[in-house]
Design a protein around this ligand. Structure first.
Ligand code: SF4
Length: 365
């Protein structure tokens, strides 16, 4: 299949791995930001193809994993109201809140519905004018434009029974926070190709200049990732740090400008709490005041709900690349995809789930 087979070709992958081994004369720690990239790395064993001096650590780019615990608690509280239909992406239903999850709420009789896009939530709102329909709008810059479009459309159509519980996060401020941390070990980043397809990669230039690190926009197939790693290693070895684009078949410097336009019209930048990590200034999106009528947080007075992470879950360190999932004492023992303690074990993009599915043999005894 064009644009797929050649990016999964074993011969090309092994040749790239050999080039990386030849180019890397020093130890380097690289981070892939996106959970989809983490899953490719684990699934195809790319880290095992690399020389021992090139270490991959996994970043915070799993939207389900970084959605704050209290957002889940708020969604559950909404779902349990008899006048509300809570609409969510399927992945979110099994993410543990403080005491429950949306699946259990559904089992208790809550009207929780799964959607593949916010447009479906709009349709549900139109079909149920006597109920309040709340869409759980989470994710990175990839899902935000569609969610912005839903709020814009609801406003245009005067849909009074639709609102969104918004928990959107942005990649560049998260990279900035990781780099500013005294614990940081990461020397180069693979930026997420889908986020950059929407946003372009001009925002990453100030990170390269400010922190003197290389960033390569990478795709999601094995050859994409190995090529991005090679580009990072070459930069690090030469000492010339810049932003480069490996994912040229999808990403342009400017990105998708109509998508950026609708984002700016509906959302504004806000401080955002990341699950496990805490508050990162300017790292989220909230609805602009003009769209306050669609903001479930205010409509249902949810601001007072707060929550603390379970102490046993070390997802904060996992999401910052400081620990691997197998460093967690609960991994595959008390925390499994069937009984997750933390979100990274639930999501199809979570690092703990990737290690569980593809690396179970490395479980600590
Ligand atoms: S294995 Fe489970 S408990 Fe441990 S960090 Fe991952 S999600 Fe949290």
């Amino acid at each position: 299949m064009k644009f797929l087979d050649e990016y999964r070709d074993g011969k090309i992958a092994r040749a790239l791995a050999a080039e990386i081994a030849a180019a890397a004369t020093k130890p380097w720690v690289l981070m892939e930001i996106c959970g989809g990239q983490t899953h490719t790395i684990m699934r195809y064993g790319l880290d095992e193809l690399l020389p021992p001096n090139v270490e991959l650590v996994h970043g915070p780019g799993c939207p389900v994993c970084v959605t704050p615990l209290e957002t889940i608690d708020k969604a559950i509280a909404l779902a349990l109201r008899s006048d509300v239909i809570l609409v969510s992406y399927g992945d979110m239903l099994r993410v543990p809140g403080s005491n429950s999850d949306l699946f259990r709420a559904k089992a208790q009789g809550a009207d929780v519905r799964i959607a593949y896009s916010p447009v479906e939530a709009l349709k549900i709102a139109k079909a149920n004018p006597d109920r309040k329909v709340v869409f759980l709008a989470i994710g990175f810059e990839t899902t935000a434009p569609a969610n912005a479009m839903a709020a814009w459309q609801a406003s245009r159509e005067g849909l009074a029974n639709f609102s969104m519980l918004v928990s959107h996060v942005l990649v560049p401020p998260a990279i900035r926070a990781l780099l500013a941390s005294r614990e940081n070990r990461v020397q180069g980043f693979i930026a997420p190709g889908h986020v950059c397809t929407v946003m372009g990669y001009q925002e990453y230039e100030s990170l390269v200049e400010g922190f003197g690190i290389p960033i390569v926009v990478g795709g999601f197939e094995p050859v994409d990732l190995l090529e991005a790693i090679l580009m990072l290693v070459k930069q690090l070895e030469s000492g010339e740090m810049r932003i480069e684009n490996q994912y040229v078949r999808s990403v342009t410097y400017q990105g998708n400008q109509p998508a950026q336009q609708i984002l700016k019209e509906v959302f504004e930048i806000a401080d955002q709490k990341w699950r496990g990590i805490g508050m990162i200034p300017g790292s989220g999106l909230r609805l602009r005041p003009e769209y306050a009528a669609y903001d479930a947080e205010h409509l249902f007075d949810l601001q007072l709900i707060t929550a603390d992470e379970p102490a046993e879950c070390i997802s904060a360190q996992v999401l910052q690349g400081l620990k691997k999932p197998t460093d967690c004492a609960a991994f595959a023992v008390r925390c499994t995809p069937e009984n997750p303690l933390g979100a990274p074990m639930v999501s199809s993009e979570g690092a703990c789930a990737a290690y569980y599915h593809y690396r179970r043999h490395t479980v600590a005894s």
